[in-house]
Design a protein around this ligand. Structure first.
Ligand SMILES: [Zn+2]
Length: 494
């Protein structure tokens, strides 16, 4: 049986990579073939130079993706059959104390950051009541925001260490959690961390190579470094919490572990959908929308569609990129609509209204909830079908893993099982997503002007240098949004 698992793994690794490379190859060829001529439907609105730029941009991204596909397969091989996970297991089992010190420090830093934001929140609340007294001090503080933040963390951590609080966290973890849990969470977090660190050079190339070459990038090296630091911190924090909780479920709720794990994954999924927009706000600044005419227009549209929301905001996305977008953040009545400042610069008021009407369409047709539901069913099926592998010796050995443990199962579950299942369900998901786009477009045309919707689509496809001539098979497999030409055809039909 060991050989069968090994064979299936190697076969799927080669097969999925080969199929993806073939799709990349088709896409590249098709785009290059159609580079010299703007499709007839767009000749009036898209210049040949813009069309050529979109083709070159697409090809650059595809070339880069092909390299990433191959290196991704090699890395997965190295982690499994190449012995990478075994190596991490050995190193970490021998350094359990360091793992505990590391967790204590991460929890300490998180605690201090939370206090910082709580203090900031309270100060701002207080100032609203007595503006004159503190206004000047706050203006001063705002000018040196970052320095104050880092000083606060430094002083906070020193106090935590000196008072012995960090030691207390250490002792708490040591006495309340089984060593296999601490060990396992550390192994999983290390794998996430190593994979993230490996991906940094490719992120640098993408940002400062491709995006800069085509004039989209606004990120400075300093900002890139800051973003990376933040994302590494959040990665560690969430990974520690996620793996602790999952490993606890796996070890404590023995018989029905897979059902409980499914329930937990569903909760994570919902939390992610709710938190993702808030997390984008950690790295970006939101200011209330100032343009009064636009504000009235959008508020009128919201009223017409029966949509309650807690304010319109502008996000300083131009700090990072010139790509334009808009999204909804939050739940229930506290929802906010957030515009990228880049979107406001590119489109006129009527076109922005159409874009928001499209987003409202997604909301009104419950696309997000339906999508969540499908993902939950998928998780259920994957756990139901493959859950038995958790205690199957042959599965581990076949994939080159020496020790059977919950942590190793989780790693194989995330990086092998979900990866391959994802490959096969991806076209299905893309299809649903494309259908949702048509529905949202239809809704937008009903509640705003169809002509503005078309105009905004063309401008966005042009300014994002999205190709107008994608390969049909590639598009069916990968694209979450239908090609511009087909979307416009569908709008014309309505
Ligand atoms: Zn959409």
């Amino acid at each position: 049986m060991t050989e069968s698992y090994q064979f299936i793994f190697i076969f799927l690794l080669i097969f999925t990579t080969a199929v993806e490379l073939y799709l990349d190859f088709r896409q590249k060829n098709f785009v290059l073939k159609n580079k010299k001529k703007v499709p007839t439907a767009f000749t009036k609105i898209i210049k040949l130079a813009d069309h050529k730029k979109a083709a070159d941009y697409t090809v650059s991204k595809i070339n880069f993706n092909s390299i990433e596909l191959i290196s991704g397969a090699i890395i997965l091989y190295f982690f499994t059959l190449g012995g990478g996970i075994n190596l991490l297991n050995n190193v970490i089992s021998n350094n359990l104390d360091h793992a505990l010190e590391f967790y204590s420090l991460i929890l300490g830093v998180t605690f201090v950051i939370c206090i910082f934001f709580l203090v900031k929140f309270l100060v701002v609340k207080f100032i609203k009541q007595s503006p004159n007294v503190f206004q000047k001090a706050v203006e001063q503080a705002n000018a040196h925001k970052k320095t104050i933040f880092y000083l606060f963390i430094l002083v906070g951590l020193s106090i935590l260490t000196a008072s012995g609080a960090i030691n207390e966290i250490y002792n708490f973890l040591d006495t309340h959690f089984d060593s296999s849990l601490i060990n396992g969470a550390f192994i999983i977090t290390s794998v996430f961390l190593v994979l993230h660190l490996i991906s940094i050079p490719s992120g640098i190339f993408q940002t400062f190579g491709i995006e800069t070459k085509y004039g989209f990038n606004k990120v400075t090296p300093k900002l890139f470094f800051e973003d990376q630091t933040k994302s590494i911190f959040f990665l560690i924090l969430f990974s520690v919490i996620f793996s602790f909780a999952t490993l606890w479920i796996l070890s404590e709720l023995e018989e029905n572990w897979w059902l409980w794990l499914w329930f937990f994954l569903c909760c994570c999924l919902i939390a992610y959908v709710g938190l993702a927009p808030i997390l984008t706000q950690v790295s970006n600044e939101l200011t209330p929308l100032k343009d009064k005419a636009l504000k009235t227009k959008i508020e009128k549209l919201l009223k017409k569609c029966g949509f309650e929301c807690n304010g319109l905001f502008v996000m300083n996305a131009s700090l990072r990129s010139t790509h334009g977008n808009a999204f909804f953040a939050g739940f229930g009545k506290t929802k906010r609509i957030v515009f990228f400042d880049t979107l406001l610069k590119k489109l006129n008021a009527n076109e922005i209204e159409a874009v928001i009407a499209h987003e409202l369409g997604h909301f009104k047709k419950n696309h997000i909830i339906k999508f969540l539901f499908i993902q939950m069913i998928l998780f259920f099926l994957v756990l139901y079908i493959f859950g038995n592998l958790k205690d199957n010796n042959d599965f581990y050995i076949g994939l080159g893993i020496q020790t059977i443990s919950d942590a190793n199962f989780l790693l194989l579950f995330i990086f092998v099982l979900l990866k391959f299942v994802g490959f096969f369900v991806n076209p299905f998901f893309s299809n649903i997503s494309r259908r949702n786009e048509f529905e949202a477009d239809e809704y937008a045309c009903k509640h705003a002007n169809a002509k503005d919707m078309k105009q905004s689509l063309i401008k966005l496809y042009r300014d994002n240098a999205s190709t107008l001539t994608p390969d049909s098979l590639y598009s069916a497999f990968h694209h979450s949004h239908p090609p511009a030409s087909i979307r416009i055809q569908a709008i014309d039909k309505n």
